[in-house]
Design a protein around this ligand. Structure first.
Ligand SMILES: C[S@@+](CC[C@H](N)C(=O)[O-])C[C@H]1O[C@@H](n2cnc3c(N)ncnc32)[C@H](O)[C@@H]1O
Length: 517
């Protein structure tokens, strides 16, 4: 196989939580489908790069079988090395083209993130055909792509950069030249606050925050075709696939838009048409769409009773602590998320349920929350009545993005034990990566000291032993401890710093769901 541009500029070590099989299962259940059990299913990821998205799922579900396919041999090799070090037996990564892939057995979940826009038209058709041919009868697929209209304006910048960098041979030169040209165009705008200047400024800021593989593959790669949602739905339909939902379900909810949007779309029955207009309103530029085999009707009205099947996790905290015991019937409590999204709960029932939900922190079932709330706040209502109330509240808050609904509570602990244990895969990832995957399939950045102690957290070392490792790494020169810009060499100062650093890192691991039982 010849070297691909992804061998030269490999894709990053990222996970994509919205493509996680438990999330696809949740969406299927919310829309009244019966997707296969993700804990035991067969899962295929197409264009999996180095497997950073699929390998953590394989680590989480040892009874499920995983296959990843990517054209880039170098990326597949990197993934295979990680699988070998982690000792995973239920995953196979293959260096091959999507166009050549075949399987005797169908897959329950097919994931294809960030590929559809980046392949030539004939591979695109092969990809959708392959999805249809290899998806089990009630299986779910997810395909994500650059979307129109948001990508429309960005496309002109891509054209400018492609034109300018055509003569430069290496990806590094192309990236440097492209950035320099954009900066030059921006600097040439003078002090005006023209729409073009604002646009350039905004895109340059986005690119500054983006890592180089995103920059290269989105802007300087040969193929990058954005699509309108209706185009993807029509392409999928031609191959026998039907659109189910967006992986960001709240984005489909008209209540999240200005009232005039809801009024305009109220008379429309076609869910794709509604979402297409929402993209026009928001200028959306990326989409992640869930598909299934065509033929089964989809009932998209979410019954609040469905929530009883799931685990709830609140992003809200009360602005003032709610005291235990009976609550005043007219009590009003303001809650907010870490990002400042406010929510006001009114009345004893709502306040008690929401306060209990946020106290759990970890994902909890409706039944757990109701039993605890009833006892703590001495609620007079029956358990079934409270469960129904909580389901209704949780569904509303889920659609507002302030409650997360999960089909899997995730295996982690939120206390720091005497001899802490790190999540097994994260410990292996920390050997050669500054990003590790947490229990919620999120990619967490980790510094050099964090990498050292996470690798060592196998349950045999207490805080003192972990601090000793950090102190040794500093005295041996593997890590540098700076004070006012100078390296610290005093042993007592190093030991004290190592102890506080370990405390801080362990708290960070706890908050970031990186601790195992
Ligand atoms: C933009 S990257 C996305 C990678 C990964 N899915 C992610 O989102 O992090 C596109 C990936 O598709 C792979 N790819 C491109 N053409 C392919 C083909 N014909 N068959 C298999 N993989 C392909 C590339 O090697 C690359 O890893």
């Amino acid at each position: 196989m010849s070297e691909t541009s992804y061998d030269a500029v490999p894709y990053g070590n990222e996970t994509h939580p919205r493509t996680h099989i438990s999330h696809l299962f949740t969406i299927g259940r919310l829309f009244n489908l019966t997707p296969p059990d993700f804990r035991k299913g067969r899962v295929l990821e197409l264009g999996c790069a180095s497997g950073s998205n699929i390998i953590p799922m394989a680590a989480d579900y040892p009874d499920a079988q995983f296959v990843g396919v990517d054209l880039s041999e170098a990326q597949i090799r990197r993934g295979q090395e990680l699988i070998g070090r982690a000792g995973l037996k239920n995953i196979d990564l293959r260096a091959q083209s999507i166009a050549d892939f075949g399987s005797a057995e169908p897959f329950d979940y097919i994931i294809c993130h960030g590929v559809l826009s980046w392949i030539p038209p004939e591979v695109r058709t092969a990809l959708l055909k392959l999805m249809r041919q290899n998806l089990s009868s009630n299986g779910l697929a997810v395909v994500s792509y650059n979307a129109m209209p948001g990508w429309g304006a960005v496309r002109s910048l891509r054209d400018i950069m492609l034109y300018h960098t055509a003569g430069f041979p290496t990806p590094a030169e192309k990236m440097a030249q492209a950035r320099a040209l954009l900066q030059f165009i921006l600097d040439s705008q003078g002090d005006s606050s023209s729409p073009y200047r604002n646009f350039l400024e905004q895109e340059l800021n986005l690119l500054k925050g983006a890592n180089s593989n995103y920059f290269f593959h989105d802007h300087l790669e040969e193929h990058n075709q954005p699509f309108y949602l209706h185009e993807v739905v029509a392409m999928a339909a031609r191959e026998g696939l039907a659109y189910v939902a967006d992986t960001d379900v709240p984005s489909m909810f008209l209540g999240n838009y200005k009232p005039n949007v809801g009024q305009l779309l109220a008379g429309t029955n076609d869910p794709v048409r509604i979402e297409q207009y929402l993209d026009f309103v928001t200028n959306r530029r990326f989409r992640s769409s869930v598909l299934m085999r065509a033929g089964t009707p989809i009932n998209r009205s979410i019954a609040s009773a469905r929530i009883e099947e799931l685990w709830l996790q609140s992003l809200l905290k009360p602005e003032n602590a709610v005291a235990d015991g009976e609550l005043a019937p007219d009590i009003v409590v303001r809650f907010s998320t870490e990002t400042g999204l406010p929510h006001t709960a009114r009345g004893a029932l709502s306040v008690a349920l929401l306060s209990m939900l946020s106290r759990f922190g970890r994902p909890a079932t409706v039944a757990e929350i109701v039993v605890a709330a009833r006892e703590r706040y001495r609620l007079p209502q029956s358990e079934p009545e409270l469960r129904q109330n909580l389901c209704e509240i949780a569904l509303r808050l889920f659609l507002m993005r302030i409650v997360v609904l999960r089909s899997d509570p995730a295996r982690y602990v939120d206390t720091i034990s005497e001899r802490p244990v790190g999540l097994p895969l994260a410990r292996v990832q920390a050997v050669d990566s500054d990003r590790v995957t947490n229990a919620f399939h999120q990619s967490v950045a980790i510094d050099p000291t964090g990498r050292i102690i996470l690798q060592a957290m196998d349950g045999t070392r207490d805080r003192a032993a972990l601090a000793e490792l950090v102190a040794k790494a500093i005295t041996s020169g593997r890590l540098t401890l700076l004070h006012n810009g100078n390296a610290v060499t005093d042993v007592a100062a190093i030991e004290q710093n190592a102890a506080t650093t370990v405390d801080t890192l362990l708290s960070g691991f706890r908050v970031n769901a990186l601790l195992s039982a």
